[in-house]
Write a new protein. Structure first.
Length: 238
């Protein structure tokens, strides 16, 4: 029997919460209030106009850039976007046959999600989402080891470094695989990307092993298009 749409959505939200609980705890351990814009994803096109909004919460500057292209479909699906964090930012583009959605995952703290065309965040067989680790973490290896320890009870031991390489503009990454367990139904692989002063991570998550095997290559395609953006510091202004 097929699950109802509501049931599927609830299951997916629960699964993501389980996978990211350790990450969220690490990210927010020294932050008294959560700011969802901290890892904002802004859709973009070549001729886009920029709108910059700066929000301060719990001592953290949250930068949200919104591009307003003409003729964008109402469902807020785009070919690519930009993920912003307090120490880093990067371009991310959807693989062929996929779309980027900057609204559907916001309530789950995921403002940058991707899924196959013709599907949705709630019912897609496989989805991808991108984030930046908390400001306490600047080393990918250390970040992953802490995350593995905290997630061990639900995920067990992952298959570490099943793949590694460099992104489209030369940032090093490695990929861990997290097969489904008795306590966690999703099949996942996560790319951890070492940035100059931050750690980015991109998660591919599937409802079942068959979908995972079919779609796993999409994570590599995202990494090929991944582009780190150098932060620009303003001098002379106070």
């Amino acid at each position: 029997m097929f699950e109802s749409l509501a049931s599927c959505f609830a299951s997916r939200c629960s699964a993501f919460a389980q996978h990211d609980i350790a990450v969220y705890e690490m990210s927010l351990i020294h932050v008294p209030a959560f700011c969802p814009e901290l890892f904002a994803c802004a859709p973009y096109r070549k001729c886009a106009q920029q709108k910059i909004e700066m929000i301060k919460a719990a001592g953290v500057v949250c930068l949200a850039l919104l591009f307003l292209p003409a003729g964008v479909p109402a469902q807020n699906q785009y070919a690519g976007g930009i993920v912003y964090g307090p120490k880093a930012a990067f371009n991310i583009a959807a693989p062929e046959g996929w779309v980027l959605d900057n609204e559907s995952g916001v309530e789950q703290g995921l403002p940058c999600v991707l899924y196959p065309k013709g599907e949705s965040w709630a019912d897609a067989r496989t989805v991808i989402y991108a984030k930046i680790a908390g400001t306490d973490y600047e080393d990918a290896e250390k970040f992953v080891q802490v995350a593995i320890k905290q997630m061990h009870s639900k995920h067990g031991k992952p298959k570490e470094k099943i793949d590694k390489g460099t992104t489209g503009n030369g940032q090093s990454f490695f990929i861990n695989e997290y097969p489904a367990t008795k306590t966690y139904s999703q099949w996942e692989r996560v790319a951890y990307i070492q940035l100059p002063k931050a750690v980015a991570y991109i998660v591919l998550s599937s409802r079942d092993e068959a979908s995972y095997r079919k779609d796993a290559h999409a994570l590599r395609e995202v990494l090929k298009r991944f582009t780190y953006l150098e932060p620009k510091t303003e001098t002379g202004a106070h």
